[in-house]
Design a protein around this ligand. Structure first.
Ligand SMILES: Nc1ncnc2c1ncn2[C@@H]1O[C@H](COP(=O)(O)OP(=O)(O)O)[C@@H](O)[C@H]1O
Ligand SMILES: [Mg+2]
Length: 235
């Protein structure tokens, strides 16, 4: 395992995530994550689907290190960052600029700060919005600002927990389009894990898997997972 990990890590330098037989239970509960093994070895848009309560949000907490596994090992060389369903729970400041200044690492020299913020806004199609009050943004624009915050913070693994669940179809598409671009950029692609209940979104992913019985299925194409879920629903 170690050799494979090293050989993947060194040439690409993009990052690597691996769960090795990870289990976790909330207090007084059975294992919600049970001997779960999977890996993400390159940038891309990776989607997870699964019933309510199957453990998807718990999985994100384990990846981001907020909770430790009860047993098993997590190896993560990515810099993960959470993006929640409701951007109002994530955005704290009055304007786009002040919000992104808050997200920027303190190590960025003041002379570069403006360029870093402006470039992140452009990456999420909010290039003109530097001084816009956040309360005047649409839901999709707010969600894209949350993505810009993750980019400014230098994250290269976005953990998106049903990021379009509260959005209208147009906003939903704008967030998907931006994430597709960020994860397939030829120079500097990032990785993202996207939890969805909207099965049509599976058409946009680089791989999809089902969270079930405490584990994750093998990665498959979005259309295969879509078909599998549809046939399960009709049984
Ligand atoms: N903070 C928590 N404290 C106790 N139990 C929790 C907590 N978060 C989730 N759970 C429980 O863990 C299980 C999985 O929840 P969750 O990871 O939120 O699933 P999903 O995101 O797939 O809907 C559920 O039974 C839920 O009640
Ligand atoms: Mg959840």
């Amino acid at each position: 395992m170690k050799n494979r990990r090293d050989s993947i890590l060194k040439p690409s330098g993009h990052g690597y995530l691996e769960f090795d037989k990870v289990s976790f239970s909330w207090p007084n509960e059975v294992n919600v994550i049970d001997q779960c093994s999977f890996s993400i070895e390159k940038p891309g848009l990776w989607m997870l689907v699964g019933e309510n309560g199957s453990g998807k949000s718990t999985l994100f907490r384990l990846i981001s290190g907020v909770i430790p596994p009860k047993s098993g090992k997590i190896f993560c060389s990515f810099r993960p960052s959470m993006v929640y369903q409701n951007p109002d729970h994530q955005l704290l400041m009055p304007t786009c600029k002040s919000e992104l200044m808050l997200s920027a690492p303190k190590t960025i020299p003041h002379s570069r700060l403006f360029d870093v913020i402006q470039s992140a806004l452009e990456k999420v199609d909010l290039g003109e919005m530097l001084d816009r009050p956040i309360h005047t943004l649409s839901g999709g624009q707010k969600q894209r600002l949350a993505l810009a915050g993750a980019i400014v913070s230098n994250s290269n693994l976005l953990l998106l927990d049903e990021p379009t669940a509260l959005l209208d179809p147009e906003s939903q598409n704008s967030v998907l389009k931006v994430m597709k671009t960020l994860t397939s950029s030829p120079d500097d692609p990032i990785a993202a894990i996207w939890v969805t209940h909207r099965l049509e979104e599976l058409n946009f992913c680089d791989g999809a898997a089902i969270v079930k019985n405490g584990g994750i299925s093998n990665w498959n194409t979005g259309s295969k997972v879509f078909q599998e879920l549809k046939s399960l629903a009709h049984r």
